[in-house]
Design a protein around this ligand. Structure first.
Ligand SMILES: Nc1ncnc2c1ncn2[C@@H]1O[C@H](COP(=O)(O)OP(=O)(O)OP(=O)(O)O)[C@@H](O)[C@H]1O
Ligand SMILES: [Mg+2]
Length: 369
């Protein structure tokens, strides 16, 4: 899919800007603080319901404005059609539209528009806590199902989240009775199939990751992806694990085992652990997994997600930039790249990007489109 029109208003410093991006590579340049990343944040917001720099209410809305507004029109290949989505987000409340109709769940927008974003914080996928890694798997499953016309994963996920909330409330109140049994049962009923799907997704992602990493970071050897379900699944069913953990959970007031603790890890044969990665290697690893996810998505749905790369040249050396860009050029994906300067590797490729220049929160007219 590729975005043909992006309108953004009141996102951080941006007042009201409109871009008509090219289907291939788009380059967004400008000085520090001009508003380049904010453009990618706006696109990410429409596709995820949140920014990669925190929630809308934590400073995304331009000072003095009431709401951020993002509107995008995009083209899909299979079947060929034009779609459009808009989101007006006021921090606590929001209004969304998809193809002219109001939406009741942000998930409807997320399901429609697939964007994969690599930004300076993405190394947290490798070096940080489990939450962004779980979100990555769940994004993949959500979109794969969407492409296959199903909703099971989302239903299981919601069912599990609800049961977890209920169980945690009982644990906090130290209530040990039949209700706890009932929620344990519910957690296991939703959590087991949820986990099988996650495991399957990680297994599918591994060969994709290996292909990408072979090209981007061959020096580290072939990485493996290991799925961690959130309990000792080889020994115990989830129902049994919850039962075994019950006394401890009552003492602590929360559920210590289960798919909400799921995780995955990347290992390279030549390294003792992820701590041994240099900062740049951690970033390349994070980028590899994001590209693997995008490629998997393309394979399953027939549609490349839009790829957004914030500050590529400050993140990667020229050689690695070149490898990433060559791979993306060959894929035919739509790509947005921001930087204070055009990435030096771009000049050596036959890319001819469309260039947008951001200045003080507006687009400089001469380079628009
Ligand atoms: N809520 C807000 N209202 C108004 N301005 C804001 C708000 N939040 C952030 N800003 C300003 O908006 C700009 C954000 O810009 P952004 O991070 O998109 O810049 P950038 O072009 O990506 O810069 P860099 O090259 O440094 O990454 C900054 O100038 C920042 O001070
Ligand atoms: Mg920036």
């Amino acid at each position: 899919m590729h975005v043909t029109r992006l309108r953004v208003a009141s996102v951080r410093r941006l007042e009201a800007v409109e871009l008509l991006p090219a289907p291939g590579i788009n380059l967004i340049t400008g000085d520090n603080g001009a508003g380049k990343t904010s453009l990618l944040e706006a696109l990410h917001l429409l596709a995820y319901g949140r920014s990669f720099r925190g929630r809308v209410r934590d400073g995304l809305i331009r000072t003095g404005a009431e709401a951020v507004e993002v509107f995008a029109e995009w083209q899909e290949l299979t079947p060929p059609r034009t779609r459009k989505a808009g989101l007006r987000h006021m921090g606590q409340r929001w209004e969304g539209r998809l193809d002219g109709e109001s939406v009741s769940q942000l998930g409807e927008l997320c399901a429609a528009l697939a964007v994969v974003t690599f930004e300076p914080g993405s190394h947290a996928l490798v070096t940080g806590g489990g939450e962004p890694r779980r979100r990555l798997i769940d994004w993949g499953l959500f979109h794969v199902e969407q492409a296959e016309g199903g909703q099971n994963f989302l239903r299981l996920w919601r069912r599990y989240a609800r049961a977890l909330k209920q169980r945690n409330q009982l644990l906090k109140a130290r209530i040990r009775d039949g209700q706890l049994d009932a929620w344990d049962h519910e957690l296991a009923e939703a959590g087991e199939p949820l986990t099988r799907r996650r495991q399957h997704y990680v297994e599918q992602l591994e060969p994709e990751l290996q292909r990408v990493a072979d090209q981007l970071i061959p020096s580290l050897g072939r990485p493996s992806l290991g799925f961690q379900p959130g309990w000792s699944r080889e020994q115990l069913s989830l129902a049994d694990a919850l039962l075994v953990a019950r006394d401890r959970d009552l003492a602590h007031g929360h559920t210590s085992v289960g798919p909400h603790r799921a995780d995955w890890r990347i290992d390279y044969p030549v390294l003792p652990g992820r701590e041994a990665l240099s900062r740049g290697q951690a970033k390349l690893t994070a980028l590899s997994i994001l590209l693997a996810q995008a490629e998997h998505h393309a394979r399953v749905s027939g549609e490349w997600p839009v790829v957004a790369l914030d500050d590529l040249s400050s993140e990667l050396d020229r050689n690695h930039q070149g490898r990433v860009l060559r791979r993306l050029l060959a894929s035919g994906a739509q790509v947005f790249i921001t930087g204070t300067e055009p990435p030096s590797a771009l000049a050596q490729l036959d890319a001819a990007p469309r260039v947008f220049h951001v200045e003080h929160g507006t687009l400089a007219p001469a380079t628009n489109g």
